[in-house]
Design a protein around this ligand. Sequence first.
Ligand SMILES: NC(=O)c1ccc[n+]([C@@H]2O[C@H](COP(=O)([O-])OP(=O)(O)OC[C@H]3O[C@@H](n4cnc5c(N)ncnc54)[C@H](OP(=O)(O)O)[C@@H]3O)[C@@H](O)[C@H]2O)c1
Length: 426
Amino acid sequence: MRVGIAGLGTVGGGVAKLLASQAELLTARCGREIRVTAVSARDRERDRGVDLSNLRWHADARDLASDPEVDVVIELIGGSDGVARDLIERAIAAGKPVVTANKALLALHGTALARMAEAAGTPLGYEAAVAGGIPVIKALREGLAANGIRRVYGILNGTCNYILTTMRETGREFADVLSDAQKMGYAEADPSFDVDGIDAAHKLAILTSVAFGRELDFKGIHVEGIRHVSSLDLQFAEQLGYRIKLLGIAGVTDHGIEQRVHPCMVPLAAPIAHVEGVFNAVFADGDAVGNVLLTGRGAGEGPTASAVVADLMDIARGHRAPVLGVPADRLAPAGTAPMGRHRGAYYIRLMVRDQPGVIADVAAAFRDNKVSMESVLQQARDPAEAVPVVITTHETEEAGMMQAIARIAALDAVQEPPRLIRIEAL
Ligand SMILES: NC(=O)c1ccc[n+]([C@@H]2O[C@H](COP(=O)([O-])OP(=O)(O)OC[C@H]3O[C@@H](n4cnc5c(N)ncnc54)[C@H](OP(=O)(O)O)[C@@H]3O)[C@@H](O)[C@H]2O)c1
């Protein structure tokens, strides 16, 4: 099977190396050889750590789609549009199987691409797009195919998990830890895709589609990142028996499928609370199997290449499944439950001036919006400075909660915008 690779960066270079180093094992397992015949990147001179001298070089990656010596196209350039999208569409139109790790592109155009690929009768592999080396697409689409899925959630961004873990372990603040993570290569120079939750939302959109057999709905996802999490909140979380994780969560509710990405208070007793550092994890609740938790490395050269090559092996073996688990023309229409209808418990931290009647005003705002408080924690008392007051609530509806918070934020004694973190019953 002759393969063309577009993009020779972290993942593309890793795939070229893995195909070379595991050649014998792959041939034995697939019953045929998988050989790179053509490549494309921007800089032809750069040393990629693999010998490219005998390979066809395409200055325009799109030409891989029409190269007669390429049977399968691997897109590892990235970006939701532009060259990556053109290349994939041309390859599918030419009837060539495609493998990609491009979550941004799939999150936005996945339904259309799945339709195109199935109409052309050609596979489209994207295991590497969600949770890197963890075979979560295969698990949901194949291993758990006999289950109705009630809920799927996960730690889908290693950069955020690394930052939250380090903040908790060292007591340092977000900006400080982020800047170190950038120096160590765990975070991009422009970190917003990661720390603002967008990357996790791309992956959640794909997971939701596969888990629930629906068209992708990236725009419907409620997304919050981790910039507003402070080391104080991480400490309070531990005191209350929780750990703060950025989760992507999709589940069946009375109002439809909900999809949300935001920092969560996760009970310390939940296994996912102990998935730390750059590791990812995906949890699924199936009606026949019960709970399944997969963890591993969600990014990096080796783990991501492992997933890309596994997709190639499926193609080499002639193994097929519908791209999104359900044939694309039978996917349920996109649509996500409104966040205002979300039900859950909440952690709220206020910085208040310690004066008579404050807690009564806060309690009234909750009462008037039908939010019932579970606990109130005020440890320090300082007449001169604002002190933290931490409140947890019983399960309530998000819309009422937000109204209560707006009223509390406007109180004279409340010195900073209230911090709100949702508590998850996992
Ligand atoms: N890195 C990870 O751990 C990881 C994990 C999961 C998924 N992914 C996904 O995998 C994809 C690739 O990520 P990466 O980290 O490998 O990125 P990367 O290191 O930045 O590599 C991108 C590659 O694409 C090439 N390229 C850029 N524009 C091009 C163009 N117009 N034509 C041809 N080649 C072009 C670059 O060429 P030059 O080298 O010549 O500049 C580079 O080799 C992305 O979709 C990403 O989201 C990455």
